[in-house]
Design a protein around this ligand. Structure first.
Ligand code: ADP
Ligand code: MG
Ligand code: MG
Ligand code: MG
Ligand code: MG
Ligand code: MG
Length: 668
């Protein structure tokens, strides 16, 4: 989440008066950064993960597992602990993990104390680092509390008690939800304000309808008996019966259902802005692939869903677009018709590389023309100007009266206000003023995994893939509308098994062969004993002669997940590409074996020999003795599920369909 100010947040009616002010100064702030740092070059690979947890309270007598709302206390204790270790030695802070608040009052986020470097030992320390962070969290919980890395809480928003302590949804003054009490939201002013201002700007509650998974005994048609259809407490209460809640669906009506989910995110620092833009583009088509592979959220508000992922729920949960913006009414008081929520997949490839053909950017792209012109006049190129001017069609949602006027030379808060509330699959992060940080790219589509072994495996897979993209000058471009189609497919039940995904067929630079070894690029450091993932690869090989471009529709095909990851015929698969990259490093056996443990998980997920967490969770529910094959995940089933996940993570329960047979909770 963005920075947290202590201050007085404005209601939407007040805040909207400052929207142009925030946008104008936000752009000024960005341009100041641009002027200072556009030519910055030579930054090292630094990178880091963000892991989100839910804290669960177990009641063994009642067989209930509920969300513990003690975030504030737990974070205070964790931070006191960190202070105690570090004392007055500021450099020690770099080695002690960082813990952050999140939207849900039952959530925590952790990051490494300082980013990882490109040294292989550091890359291979990720699992240890994540386990240490989880251990620290565990140590600061009560005896009946556990941290779970689970993407969606199965019983968030059910009738009865699902938080500890219990709170009544009647008091949900920010969201007006029928299901989620005010108390599930982080009490810091930013979060209730964000919730209320999204609802007010939109003109109704958010409305999400997930297709229900119909089991043998699920009534058809399904009209949810747990919705308080006739509640009359808030003006929005009649929305459900007036069409917001669809039959045969699981209806969700509040920001907390989406922003209360956990995910796994990765941030990479690039060598310079142009490599950051290349990495950003290269990872765009990877977003939906990794969403499908990490799928972990098949249960919502106590029901099995026919989808496996959180994505559309979060997109819907912060969809602040007016009816005009959503295209339901002709434009009158809104400025743009906007196809997507501010939380969704990215709409524009931004690299200036020649391989980025204009035809790939085939999504409708509303952008603020005056901001675009201002950026162009300042010397920015077309694509980056469009990228920023597209992000800036959004209004700032939370404004604190104390920070309306800022020094645009030293602050980037107005820029970040808009930037950090565009929650997209990738985020292009400019360097913050007054820091030594370079241009970064954040990869944001993945669902959090139940064990740190899996979270580390996906982190290492993406860092290696990002190296392969840059080093081998890979070309993953397909029309961005096809990436969006993949996002939809990725969320379907068991998508890894049953879906095909659009992917580019020839991913090597034109004219080069798959075996071409690019060890000549970048700086090699043979004198260093420890292997290192480089960060500067330079521009792609120059292409002489005329273009070899094919018609776009011949460049890609629909492939299975197994083909995309493990390859088929001449197509090497993403793991094959990682091996090609690893060859350039000339690793010793020991390092290669350590990496292999992680790649093997990805390989087996993709070929179906290991399950996604979503499939595993769904199977757990459907084989539970209390399950009545009616789609309902009862209190008791949920309790046993939570216990099982915790036991798997601690290595005292086996899950051979989920984890490799040699999985051990002890780090090797
Ligand atoms: P946000 O919530 O804005 O996405 P966080 O601060 O929670 O960001 O997490 C950012 C991640 O980036 C952390 O894992 C952190 O270690 C890592 N990181 C910090 N500095 C750099 C850097 N210069 N380059 C790359 N990653 C970095
Ligand atoms: Mg987070
Ligand atoms: Mg974070
Ligand atoms: Mg942050
Ligand atoms: Mg993040
Ligand atoms: Mg969508």
């Amino acid at each position: 989440m963005g920075l947290l100010y202590l201050g007085t947040p404005l209601t939407w009616d007040e805040a909207k008066k400052y929207a142009d002010h925030v946008r104008f100064h936000g752009i000024t702030q960005f341009l100041n950064t641009w002027d200072r740092l556009k030519d910055r070059h030579g930054d090292e690979l630094l990178w880091g993960d963000e892991v989100e947890y839910m804290v669960i309270t177990l009641d063994d007598e009642e067989k209930n597992a509920t969300l513990s709302l003690r975030q504030t206390e737990i974070l205070a204790q964790l931070n006191t602990y960190v202070e105690d270790i570090c004392g007055d030695q500021p450099d020690k802070h770099n080695s002690v993990p960082k813990f952050h608040p999140e939207y849900g009052r039952y959530m925590l986020e952790s990051t490494p104390g300082s980013p990882y470097s490109g040294y292989l030992n550091d890359v291979l320390s990720v699992e240890n680092n994540m386990r240490y962070r989880r251990l620290l969290v565990r140590k600061h919980l009560r005896h009946n509390e556990i941290p779970l890395t689970i993407t969606s809480y199965p019983r968030l928003g059910v009738l009865g008690q699902f938080t500890e302590p219990y709170s009544d949804p009647a008091g949900a003054k920010s969201s007006h939800s029928m299901f989620l009490p005010e108390e599930v939201t982080n009490p810091h002013a930013r979060f209730p304000t964000l919730t209320a201002n999204i609802r007010t700007r939109r003109g109704s509650k958010v409305a999400i309808n997930l297709p229900l998974f119909f089991d043998e005994n699920t009534p058809r048609p399904f009209v949810d008996p747990t919705i308080p259809w006739d509640r009359a407490l808030y003006t929005e209460d009649d929305e459900a019966k007036n069409g917001a809640a669809l039959p045969d669906h699981i209806y969700l009506d509040a920001m907390g259902f989406g922003m209360g989910c956990c995910c796994l995110q990765l941030t990479f620092q690039a060598c310079n802005i142009s490599e950051a833009r290349r990495m950003y583009d290269g990872l765009i088509p990877i977003g939906p692939i990794m969403l499908a592979l990490t799928a972990a959220s098949p249960i919502w508000r106590g029901y099995l869903a026919d989808v496996d992922c959180r994505w559309n729920v979060i997109a819907g949960s912060v969809d602040d677009r007016t009816e005009e913006e959503r295209g339901l009414k002709p434009l009158d008081s809104s400025r743009f018709k906007i196809p997507k929520s501010r939380y969704d997949s990215v709409d524009l490839y931004i690299s200036t590389d020649r391989t980025n053909r204009p035809e790939y950017n085939d999504n409708t792209l509303p952008y603020d023309a005056s901001i675009y012109d201002r950026l162009r006049e300042h010397g920015l190129d077309d694509l980056l100007s469009k990228h920023i001017a597209h992000l800036f069609i959004r209004d700032p949602l939370v404004i604190f009266s104390e920070t309306i006027n800022q020094d645009d030379n030293t602050s980037n808060d107005h820029f970040e206000n808009i930037q950090s509330t565009n929650w997209q699959t990738l985020r292009f992060k400019p360097p913050p003023p007054g820091s030594s940080i370079g241009w970064r790219v954040e990869f944001r589509s993945m669902e959090v995994q139940m064990t740190d072994f899996e979270n580390a495996a996906f982190s290492i897979f993406i860092v290696l893939l990002s190296r392969a993209i840059l080093c081998l000058h890979l070309n993953f471009y397909i029309p961005i509308s096809k990436v969006d189609e993949n996002m939809e497919r990725a969320q379907h039940k068991a998508a890894v098994q049953s879906e095909r995904f659009f992917f580019r067929k020839n991913i090597f630079p034109q004219g080069s062969s798959p075996s071409s070894n690019s060890s000549s690029s970048g700086r090699s450091t043979p004198q260093k004993r420890e292997k290192r993932l480089q960060n500067c690869f330079g521009p792609p090989p120059s292409l002489d002669g005329e273009s070899l471009d094919q018609p776009i529709h011949e460049e890609y095909a629909e492939m299975t997940m197994n083909e995309i990851i493990n390859g088929k015929d001449a197509f090497p698969g993403l793991i094959g590409l990682i091996y090609l990259y690893l060859e350039t490093l000339e690793l010793g056996d020991e390092d290669a074996q350590k990496i292999e443990r992680y790649l093997d998980l990805i390989r087996k997920r993709a070929n179906g020999s290991l399950q996604t967490p979503a499939t595993w969770i769904r199977d757990f529910v459907r084989s539970h003795p209390e399950y009545r094959f009616d789609s309902v995940v009862s209190r008791e089933i949920n309790y046993d599920l939570v216990k099982a996940i915790d036991e798997i993570e601690r290595g005292i329960r086996r899950a051979d369909s989920l984890l490799p047979s040699d999985y051990s909770p002890i780090v090797v």
